[in-house]
Design a protein. Structure first.
Length: 258
């Protein structure tokens, strides 16, 4: 049966895996490289790399310069990737959001950073009889909640600016400015932030942020649940999950930055 249909991981085809390894190296190669350098960087046998690259040239995914004997990515790849490029980040990430929601029973959200605020643009609801939910398009001030701490951590703001930002937020749980600054610093080191009922009493939220190629925050990721459901270990696991997902979608040019 088809592994994709059964949900089981099918056996990988070595030549395809090696082809993608070479393409990834080519994507980072500047200037273009010869087959020996590419094979070494991708950890592929040189003769195998030569055959794969020759096939990719034939398929117009890679170009070959006869003069310098080097390879580079071809614009023919745009024919394959054009449809993906046109998809929004929300469409790209919806499966990952739902995966985390189903596994953790958390409410998982994707927020867009715009005009000094975070706006919810996509969310995945847990399949649970008792669950949290949020309305799409709801907004938060940039410094608010866990996503605000993660946003502030990525901005590299001074303590004074963090204090000013903290004072602008209406907090419903116990939190002071010094603790907020300390938690932003913790988020800077860990790659994710946590709000334990300070914004919404009884609700714990973990967050990480996506940055573009300039290091500007474009989006935030959150996972929220009722406080007693999340112990320290689960909070840490959630933070790592969101951090890794944010890293995977970071580093691309964006027109959605603040």
């Amino acid at each position: 049966m088809d592994g994709a249909k059964t949900g089981k991981l099918a056996k990988r085809v070595g030549a395809v895996t090696q082809a993608f390894a070479l393409l990834r190296i080519l994507a980072r190669a500047d200037p273009p490289r010869g087959v020996t350098a590419l094979a070494r960087a991708a950890d592929v046998n040189p003769s195998t790399a030569f055959n794969i690259l020759r096939t990719l040239v034939f398929e117009n995914a890679v170009t070959f310069d006869e003069r310098t004997k080097t390879y580079a990515l071809s614009r023919g790849l745009l024919e394959i990737c054009g449809g993906m490029a046109a998809r929004s980040l929300e469409q790209e990430m919806v499966g990952d959001l739902q995966r985390i929601a189903d596994r953790t029973t958390c409410l998982v959200g994707l927020w867009q950073s715009t005009n000094g605020r975070m706006q919810l643009v996509e969310r995945a609801v847990a399949k649970s009889p008792v669950r949290l939910d949020m309305q799409i398009h709801q907004k938060l001030p940039a410094f608010a909640g866990a996503v605000g701490r993660a946003w502030a951590a990525a901005q590299g703001l001074s303590d004074e600016k963090l204090r000013d930002g903290f004072d602008e937020i209406r907090w419903d749980g116990p939190l002071d400015g010094e603790r907020y600054i300390a938690e932003v610093q913790m988020a800077r080191e860990a790659g994710y932030a946590i709000d334990e009922g300070a914004l919404h009493p009884g609700i714990v939220t973990v967050a990480a942020v996506i940055v573009d190629s300039d290091g500007t925050v474009t989006h935030g990721l959150t996972a929220s649940d009722i406080a007693h459901r999340l112990d320290r270990e689960r909070l840490k696991e959630l933070g790592k999950d969101l951090r890794e997902l944010a890293i995977r979608f970071s580093g691309f040019p964006s027109d959605n930055s603040e």
